[in-house]
Design a protein around this ligand. Structure first.
Ligand SMILES: CC(=O)SCCNC(=O)CCNC(=O)[C@H](O)C(C)(C)COP(=O)(O)OP(=O)(O)OC[C@H]1O[C@@H](n2cnc3c(N)ncnc32)[C@H](O)[C@@H]1OP(=O)(O)O
Ligand SMILES: O=CC(=O)O
Ligand SMILES: [Mg+2]
Length: 534
């Protein structure tokens, strides 16, 4: 495939200049993003069309299985992914969070091995969040980041050898960045987040003994992994960075990607640093894909745990697939955050401890936490199993044999919701939507971390329960009135009409919109800019 572009299309910035934004939106950086967009924008559009087709095929009853055409890739024992890159060998604790200035410093100093700087689930992609996030990453990479909180608390980076390795998660393929236009269209958000970070920080990361590292969200199949690999090859070539320097960990967080884990590793093998069990979006994907089927009727979110047989099949397959190919298997996010009440804090720590201990026992090489207060718990769980070893890639889990039917065996967990579960989903979706529209992509709600993935589950569960008439529309509308009123009482500044409208369009419509973020972005974060609803 040729990635050579003869004329560089101009990227236009459709936003007023923000403070220091010119340091990120330099002509050379925009030119780089423009070249990536020209080379890969059409393929990305085709893949989004293919996503819609696949969704329709599955809704029409087409079977989902490990692809027949790639059985040779799965049978071939000889291939492995690239060896672990500097800073990514020992990944026993990874902290995640949005790249705002305070969080950037706190996360890098947290004692975790890796920080995933998140432009996807934990970021509401306002233009300022996107560009300020890039500035914070660049300042952190150059080690000139500091921050003084309004109360006077000062933040600065710790010594280099104690800092977490930075891994950036760009937005998913479904999102546009409507404030940048190239060839008359909005620029794919993935290319903006990847391109700006790579352009400004790749060489500095290499000079510092690490590298340009990424997490790739919400992939649906091997072709999307191939697209990323081609982008990596082109980007490295354009900046004169040796091929294979980039590393990417793919989140397996859609059901269609779960049957192509091995192929995804294969496509990215020279740039792969493993797979992660993105458990929240995975649940969202299951409901979105099979919500029309009664055997996929899930109970309250709190009752669907990682010990459910279909979730165990997913994590067991992920560890087995990774280790067979020399790739790290990284565990998912436990939603509990510590809070300040001592009893609630102890309960949260105990729940997270159990979750991380199970992952370490199962063979994962590390896992995610959402809060610095959880770093020691996760580290202790993995220390217990790993000891001084950096990972447990040698545990190949040959005994694991997972079929597509196992991945889809939701029936064994299915059941009706409780009244409390219905109310909680409505309340969580509304409260999260309100935060997101005000520019905050992750919040703590009743001791649980809420982000775009957990809010997606909340709204699609309401849709699923309505669709199968296990709850009735009148009750939901009554609860919605109550919860909108409660939101207004708690947060008098909340945009109640916008929040309610978003909920009605994304949870109560007959046809289920694929992502609430596409709707909310186009209407509220970039109105009138023609963003595509993926
Ligand atoms: C499904 C998925 O994709 S999971 C991955 C995406 N989601 C995330 O990354 C969520 C990450 N977590 C967070 O954003 C936050 O922990 C929240 C929003 C849930 C809670 O944040 P807060 O309300 O600030 O929590 P809290 O008040 O307990 O924070 C205490 C301190 O820890 C810091 N902190 C909390 N979480 C993080 C984090 N993830 N990274 C860095 N620092 C953090 C806070 O900045 C605060 O610092 P300070 O004492 O210097 O002011
Ligand atoms: O991105 C992670 C998830 O669980 O979703
Ligand atoms: Mg996710």
């Amino acid at each position: 495939m040729s990635t050579r572009v003869l004329t560089t299309p101009r990227v236009r910035v459709l936003a007023a200049p923000g403070e220091r934004h010119d340091e990120i939106l330099t002509p050379a950086a925009l030119d780089f993003v423009g070249r990536l967009t020209a080379a890969f924008g059409e393929r990305r559009r085709d893949l989004l069309t293919e996503r819609r087709r696949q969704a329709m095929r599955l809704a029409d009853g087409a079977p989902l299985d490990f692809p027949l055409v790639t059985s040779a890739v799965r049978a071939d024992d000889s291939w492995r992914v690239a060896p672990p890159a500097p800073g990514l060998t020992d990944r026993r604790v990874e902290i995640t969070g949005p790249p705002d200035r305070r969080m950037t410093i706190n996360a890098l100093n947290s004692g975790a091995r890796v920080w995933m700087a998140d432009f996807e689930d934990a970021t509401a992609p306002t233009w300022d969040n996107v560009i300020d996030g890039q500035l914070n990453l660049r300042d952190a990479t150059e080690r000139r980041i500091d921050f003084t909180a309004p109360g006077g608390k000062e933040y600065r980076l710790a010594d280099h050898d104690r800092l977490a390795t930075l891994v950036v998660r760009p937005r998913g393929w479904h999102l546009d960045e409507a404030h940048l236009e190239c060839g008359g269209r909005p620029v794919p958000a993935s290319l903006v987040d990847f391109g700006l970070y790579f352009f400004h920080c790749a060489q500095r990361q290499i000079d510092a003994g690490r590298g340009p590292y990424f997490y790739l969200p919400k992939l649906e199949n091997r072709y999307e992994a191939r697209l990323w690999n081609d982008i990596f090859v082109a980007a490295q070539e354009m900046l004169g960075i040796p091929r294979g320097t980039i590393r990417a960990t793919v989140l397996i967080e859609t059901i269609t990607a779960a049957v192509e884990m091995e192929e995804i590793l294969y496509e990215l093998r020279e740039h792969s640093s493993g797979l992660n069990a993105g458990r929240w979006d995975y649940l969202f994907s299951l409901i979105k894909t099979f919500g029309h089927r009664t055997d996929f009727l899930l109970p309250d979110r709190a009752r669907v745990t990682m010990t459910a047989p279909f979730m165990r099949a997913y994590t067991e397959l992920l560890v087995r697939t990774c280790h067979r190919r020399g790739a790290h298997a990284i565990g998912g996010m436990a939603a509990q955050v510590p809070g300040t009440d001592p009893a609630a804090r102890e309960a949260a720590l105990a729940t997270v401890r159990l979750d991380k201990e199970r992952e370490a026992e199962d063979g994962f090489d590390g896992s995610w936490v959402a809060h610095p207060g959880l770093v020691p718990v996760c580290r202790a769980a993995f220390d217990e199993v790993l000891g001084a070893r950096p990972h447990q890639l040698d545990r190949t889990r040959d005994e694991v044999a997972v079929t597509a039917a196992d991945l889809l065996s939701v029936r064994r967990t299915s059941g009706p919701p409780t009244p409390d579960g219905v109310r909680t989903n409505i309340a969580v979706a509304l409260r999260y939507f309100d935060a997101w529209l005000r520019g905050q992509g992750a919040v703590a709600l009743d001791g649980l971390m809420a982000d775009a993935a957990t809010a997606e589950i909340a709204r699609v569960q309401i849709w699923q329960w309505l669709r199968h008439r296990v709850i009735d529309r009148e009750s939901v509308l009554r609860l919605l009135d109550d919860e909108v009123a409660a939101l207004g009482a708690a947060f008098p500044w909340a945009a109640l009409d916008e929040v309610r409208g978003l909920f009605e369009r994304t949870a109560l419509a007959d046809a289920l919109p694929p992502f609430f973020t596409s709707d909310a972005y186009a209407r509220h974060l970039a109105p009138g800019r023609g963003a595509h609803a993926g």
